[in-house]
Ligand binder design. Structure first.
Ligand SMILES: Nc1ccn([C@@H]2O[C@H](COP(=O)(O)OP(=O)(O)OP(=O)(O)O)[C@@H](O)[C@H]2O)c(=O)n1
Ligand SMILES: C[C@](O)(CO)[C@H](O)COP(=O)(O)O
Length: 228
């Protein structure tokens, strides 16, 4: 059974407001992207890593990330697209032939081997799973005027992270179907399966530290996690 990790690094990090794309910013002395690459590199059941880089950043990733830090499971580095789902789709096409695919945001440095093991167990059983954690705050649905329209029951709410892990044929068919349509409004990979396939996506325990570096304060929080 072949498992491929697709690590996404083609975003522009607009919300980080930094001249260097956030996945290459230094976190405790190493580029953010190196943390998740190292976890996949060391994971015994991940066979290869496909790194999806920004257009024109492929050589930088090859020399300054994969070669410099010794990530020899990185088999391909290819350009992503305008939206996250375009980048995932590019990675999926390159991963053709594998059995399971682990899709991960390169901007989430704190994926760990325990959550990868939980995800592997779930995907082998259910074909589709995502890691995440129960929501801690009360969540309101906001109406167009900025008033609270509803308060969903908190214990049914789960905030979703990556990796999102699928049997290859399931996620490839889901992407093929949704990407052939118009008005694609998806913010994660599980939504592709929810829209296109008659398969339920299992929710698996991630961790509260598995944050996405999105805005400058996230980098400061991540520095604290590294320091402990
Ligand atoms: N066209 C895109 C957009 C995003 N990503 C990747 O998807 C992950 C999650 O996306 P997000 O945090 O939204 O990153 P950005 O799009 O870079 O951020 P922003 O929306 O602030 O510009 C990141 O690892 C990012 O590099 C990608 O590969 N291709
Ligand atoms: C996939 C994801 O990480 C799940 O939380 C997230 O949706 C991607 O981030 P974005 O900010 O929506 O691009």
């Amino acid at each position: 059974m072949k498992s491929t990790a697709i690590v996404l690094a083609a975003g522009k990090g607009k919300r980080m407001n930094s001249s260097i794309h956030k996945q290459y910013l230094l976190l405790a002395g190493r580029p953010v992207i190196c943390y998740s690459l190292e976890t996949f590199q060391k994971c015994p059941f991940i066979d290869e890593i496909i790194l999806v880089a920004g257009e024109g950043e492929e050589e930088y990733c090859r020399h300054e990330i994969a070669e410099k830090y010794g990530f020899d499971k990185v088999s391909r580095i290819l350009p992503g697209g305008r939206e996250r789902y375009d980048s995932v789709y590019a990675g999926l096409k390159a991963a053709s032939g594998c059995d399971f695919v682990y899709i991960h945001d390169g901007a989430r440095p704190f994926v760990d081997d325990k959550m990868l093991c939980r995800a592997r167990e779930a995907v082998e059983k259910y074909q589709a799973c995502v890691v995440g954690m129960p929501v801690k705050d009360t969540i309101k649905v906001m109406d167009q005027e900025g008033f609270a329209a509803a308060t969903p029951e908190r214990k049914s709410l789960f905030m979703v992270q990556t990796p999102q892990v699928f049997a290859y044929d399931v996620i490839r068919r889901a992407y093929d179907e949704v990407m052939s349509g118009e008005n694609i409004q998806v913010t994660d990979d599980a939504m592709m399966v929810e829209k296109a396939m008659n398969i339920k996506v299992k929710l698996v325990e991630g961790s509260y530290e598995n944050i996405k570096i999105t805005t400058p304060e996230d980098l400061r929080i991540a520095e604290c996690f590294c320091a402990k």
